[in-house]
Design a binder for this molecule. Sequence first.
Ligand SMILES: [Zn+2]
Length: 266
Amino acid sequence: MTATDGPRSLRLAELDAHTFAAWLRDGSGTVLVPVGALEQHGPHLPLGTDAILSSRIAEAAAEATGSLVAQPVSYGYKSQQKSGGGNHLPGTVSLDAATLIGLTRNLVASLLRQGVRNVVFVNGHYENYQFLYEGIDLALADLGLRDGDGPAVLLLSYWDYVSEETLRTVYPEGFPGWDIEHGGVLETSLMLHLEPDLVDLGRAVDHPPAALPRFDRLPVVPGRTPASGCLSAPAGSDATKGGLLFRQVTGDLARDIAAELGGTPG
Ligand SMILES: [Zn+2]
């Protein structure tokens, strides 16, 4: 999309209603919804990291496919100790599952009812996924839509787009696993590439990966979360790795959206 052949912004919040209505008529009809959380990410990353990253990734994919990006969902489901350090930590402000399901259900129904053809949820907070899925499913049932009826909703978490080849470059000493990538090399490198002023590497703490049990225990045992709040250390993060991650993920995501839903190939 360029300034001459489409809306002047790809962010819905920055468009007027008449421009949006014209885009519904003439545009790709696909709206991306970034989803994140307000969650502690250690001493070196901001609380809004998940929504910042999903928004920037969604915007790049939207630009490549002639799509638009809705306001991000900036709060998420409760941080869990084995994937986010835990909901007990200061700075983590979360939604109950029923709230996130209801919010997702409302967003899908509202977007599709006014003529959006396809919706793509770009998730940036691990714990959200199944509740987004449920909200989408309930909205499609509310609207009476079944297989092959036309409108489609895609749901993805952006890290599922990181290729094996990229992983080998970003983690030359071996990938610790997605479950403990919280405040670690992936998020820190992406933030160093996209929002370096919001990262303070001087406050980053080096420590071994969190050793967490196979079970979830509630209430959590707070001492099982490393004192930094990160589940793996950000040591080895840099903006070059962030740039590689960003380009590879957004390129593959744009290609998927174009292939699945139509629109300008990325
Ligand atoms: Zn995160």
